[in-house]
Design a protein around this ligand. Sequence first.
Ligand SMILES: [Zn+2]
Length: 181
Amino acid sequence: MKFKNPANGHTEDCSAPWLWVLFFGALYLLVAGLWAHVIIYLLIGIVSFASMGPPATVIMILVNLIYAMFAGQIVRNSYMRKGWIEVTHKPITSTSTSISTSESISSAPENKKCPFCAELVKAEAIKCKHCGSELPLIEVKPVEDDDVMEKYGITFDGAYHFGEYQYSKLEDAIRYAKKHR
Ligand SMILES: [Zn+2]
């Protein structure tokens, strides 16, 4: 299991906490800073040894086993309480790669940088949510126009250009280009 502190990006790895509890018992809980559980653990130990004597070892082994069973849950809960998030590292499969690629492709044109405060805002936004500035609209041309534009020598920089002429619509630029080639 891996946990991340969203406040500073710090990550902590705690693999197989059950194994640690199984071998180190209360010592692991102590190192992990799980004070409440250390106290419970010690109390059960003191009470059972005080009442039963040496056979209480059996109780402690049972307690240890129970703690080992719930160690993952206890550790997870303690991180969640601190506001950390669990980072699940799943094996990279073809599906997860394709999802992440399509995400990165689709997320790229959805955002633009606010020229006033340099924060990322939605491409369609006309007002920056961070600083409240009015944003210049970014004209986006469809990618499928590239071929036909190249064919007629039309360029795009927010408007369509053919020679020294400028058009807001690609059809107009093409119509003119067809006549004047
Ligand atoms: Zn801004």
